[in-house]
Design a protein around this ligand. Structure first.
Ligand code: AP5
Ligand code: MG
Length: 222
């Protein structure tokens, strides 16, 4: 990832809008959007061994194993070496995954520069996902599985808020607003982060400096 500009994690409960907002960020900044949920759904559709294993967990509303998740993520990242950065949608989802991404007990470091935590009340989650269930054909959007996904989010994923707060890279955004207002708030956090990254790495890494300048220029055209 030599030309990396910025890796952004979108953190939040099921249905908080990670996928929706990732698409907006991708469009504006030309970063690669990677959703581990979507990667698993591709594997499931292809009937691969990973897909068969993932389906057992996903259809019951459980998280997939950390090692398997990091493997599909790093494989995707390594095959997109030319991009300026990644929007990591729904990963990490456990403290163990976050540790692995920092290289603790895992071979590939996946650096995280900014974490956007989309906050949303539980009743809105259920409302949105039940509505989506009628539009899309996701096998995990049934009321019972949604309940299970929320339980795992509270127990296993929510602790990442404190984890990234400690590292000083977490920004909370109210995910219960209109799509446009959520995006506006994300942009405000991201602009501030780009500015501070620019200062931080000014003398360290020429490649990243060039990539940042490119993104700062390209954002003006949209
Ligand atoms: P994943 O696909 O990531 O599902 P999720 O986290 O449960 O989240 P969703 O994709 O359901 O919601 P979202 O936050 O993307 O919201 P969206 O934008 O779609 O993961 C699926 C499964 O894969 C997991 O349960 C797990 O088993 C496995 N997995 C994935 N990653 C893993 C990992 N790292 N480790 C282990 N296992 C992993 O929005 C939802 C709906 O609301 C849409 O219909 C949208 O149109 C609507 N909407 C969005 N924003 C708004 C708004 N502001 N106002 C009104 N409606 C809105
Ligand atoms: Mg999603």
């Amino acid at each position: 990832m030599n030309k990396r500009l910025i890796n952004i994690v979108l953190l939040g409960a099921p249905g908080c809008g990670k996928g929706t907002q990732a698409a907006f960020i991708k469009e504006k900044y030309d970063l690669e959007h990677v959703s581990t949920g979507a990667l698993y759904r591709e594997e499931m559709a292809s009937g691969s061994a990973i897909g068969i294993e993932a389906k057992r967990h996903i259809d019951n509303g459980h998280l997939c194993p950390d090692e398997m998740t990091l493997d599909i993520l790093s494989h995707h990242i390594q095959s997109h070496d030319e991009v300026k950065g990644f929007i990591l949608d729904g990963v990490p989802r456990t403290i163990q995954q976050a540790n692995m991404m920092e290289g603790k007990g895992y071979d590939h470091i996946i650096p995280v520069d900014l974490v956007i935590n989309l906050e949303i009340p539980e009743e809105i989650i259920t409302e949105r996902l039940e509505k989506r269930a009628k539009e899309l054909n996701r096998t995990d959007d049934t009321p019972e599985v949604i309940r299970q996904r929320i339980i795992h989010y509270n127990n296993l994923t929510k602790p990442l808020v404190a984890y990234y707060e400690e590292r000083n890279i977490l920004k909370n955004v109210n995910g219960a607003q209109t799509l446009e207002n959520v995006f506006k708030d994300i942009l405000a956090e991201k602009e501030a982060e780009i500015a501070s990254l620019k200062i931080k790495i000014d003398s360290e890494d020429k490649d990243r400096q060039i990539a940042i300048t490119e993104v700062n220029l390209s954002k003006d055209k949209i």
